[in-house]
Design a protein. Structure first.
Length: 488
């Protein structure tokens, strides 16, 4: 009797298997996943390699929260602050999502510093990885640009004046500086055109460039291969390689969960503040950038006056060139930090200087009594604004406008506003013109007594803008202040 081979199982595949086969035949998804997850890592997975994936995760988080905010945002000097106030005070979880978005920006900067530090310490830019390094440098610049353009969008006092300082610095660039400043601002002054340009850069241009360079960065990484631990040869790996999946995927996933957990806790415990609406006529406001730009801000304070061009343009450009040229300057294959004292030492010195300048910036603000008082006042103004209920814009025919129109004092103030030709400079309803800024929202920033004082005796910024003192009876000044208080 001869032995017959066992028949092959003819069990029918389940629905999931059929769907997988159908997709794979049309997309090649299985080979793509294998190509992605089977990336060999010399020496195996490590917690030191989580920062790149963490950055990608935070960028995706920024896109998701940014889309939510963009559903409400209007890039107009008349409405931007109102809609952000609406998001923060009225929209369900609006303040929480905005806070995650704002703190996510800081998280990206922190991870960038950690990723750069790990790359320099490990010498991971060596061994035909010049393009990988350069694409990372460009991504660093683009991320900083995202932080800068997003800072203006709330259109509160802090955002307005800090961005004014930043765009003034752009004007210092030799030959093309004034042109660049006008391109950014949309003219000589900051207004709706500035907001719309920053919005387009922040929402469309820079994210598209980041996505493109992330793709290039990943391509160069796959082409060169993972550098592996410090002891590994950067060109011809000798250590046994372990696939990216599952251990490194698990570590990256754990880190992503930790990141979103930290952001959620901070966003819930310390919601991102929003100050009063931008008032270009406020000459007392002390603009300060976010913490990651504080070192540069302090650096410019030390190198001001005749040294401003050197400190603000030439030295930063030189440092950026040296940083970008690291793979070309440090060409030896040696990766051990103690054998690379110049490159590792230069980064440590930069990091210490960066931290020291940031600390000095905060210290100077609170050592100077006058600055300390003003900074405290600004913080209190922001807190007071956050505690106020949301005030919608008073559109024509709205209950707010109708209530204002029913007040004889407000009607008298409107008549005085027109009789004094205030609308010729500030526009109908105080919406602002090229000749003078908007008056909308001044009632939220100033009391009636303060408005009367400014009308009767304009400050230096107002007089420089062409405003002259208004001499009226006390009751007329009160009526005018009452009308200004209704402008939203």
């Amino acid at each position: 009797m001869t032995n017959q081979p066992s028949p092959k199982s003819t069990g029918s595949p389940n629905i999931a298997t059929k769907l997988d086969d159908w997709l794979d035949q049309r997309t090649g998804i299985d080979s793509i996943l294998h190509e992605t997850l089977d990336e060999p890592i010399p020496g195996g997975a490590s917690w030191a390699y989580i920062f790149g994936s963490g950055l990608l995760f935070l960028f995706v988080s920024q896109v998701i929260t940014g889309v939510f905010l963009a559903l409400y945002y209007v890039p107009s000097a008349d409405h931007a602050h109102t809609v952000v106030s609406y998001i923060v005070k009225e929209v369900t979880s609006g303040s929480f999502i905005r806070s995650i978005h704002a703190y996510g920006s800081s998280g990206i900067i922190i991870l960038l510093l950690l990723h750069i530090g790990q790359t320099i310490l490990y010498g991971s830019y060596k061994g035909r990885r010049e393009l990988l390094w350069l694409s990372g440098c460009i991504l660093l610049a683009l991320m900083l640009g995202m932080a800068f353009t997003g800072y203006l969008l709330p259109w509160d006092e802090k955002a307005y004046f800090a961005t004014a300082v930043g765009t003034n610095l752009v004007a210092e660039v030799p030959f093309i500086g004034p042109i660049l400043q006008k391109l950014l601002r949309g003219g000589d002054q900051m207004g709706t055109l500035t907001l719309s340009r920053f919005y387009v850069l922040h929402v469309f241009v820079l994210p598209a460039m980041i996505i493109g360079f992330v793709a290039a960065h990943v391509f160069f990484f796959r082409k060169a291969g993972a550098a592996g631990p410090i002891r590994e040869d950067p060109i011809k790996p000798k250590l046994p390689a372990v696939p990216f999946y599952p251990r490194q995927v698990f570590m990256d996933a754990v880190f992503a969960v930790v990141l979103i957990g930290i952001l959620a806790i901070i966003a819930k415990a310390i919601p991102m503040s929003l100050g009063p609406a931008a008032n270009p006529a406020d000459t007392h406001f002390l603009p300060r950038p976010e913490w990651y730009y504080r070192p540069a801000f302090q650096w410019l304070k030390y190198l001001s006056g005749h040294w401003s061009l050197m400190g603000g343009i030439f030295l930063p450009a030189l440092l950026a060139l040296i940083f970008a040229g690291a793979p070309f300057l440090d060409r030896r294959l040696e990766r051990r930090p103690r054998r690379r004292p110049i490159s590792v030492g230069a980064f440590v010195i930069f990091l210490l200087a960066y931290i020291s300048l940031g600390i000095a910036s905060y210290r100077d603000d609170y050592r100077d009594p006058g600055m300390a008082v003003q900074m405290h006042k600004q913080d209190e103004d922001a807190k007071a604004f956050m505690q106020k209920p949301f005030v919608p814009e008073a559109a024509a025919g709205s209950p707010v406008a109708a209530l204002a129109a029913a007040d004889p004092k407000v009607l008298k103030g409107l008549a005085i506003f027109q009789a004094q030709s205030c609308n010729s400079c500030h526009g109908e309803g105080g919406i602002g013109t090229a000749a003078a800024g908007p008056l909308t929202g001044v009632g939220l920033k100033y009391t009636d007594a303060q408005l009367i004082a400014l009308i009767h005796a304009p400050n230096s910024s107002m007089t420089n803008g062409g405003m002259t003192p208004v001499t009226l009876k006390a009751e007329d000044l009160e009526a005018l202040a009452a009308y200004l208080d209704t402008l939203r």
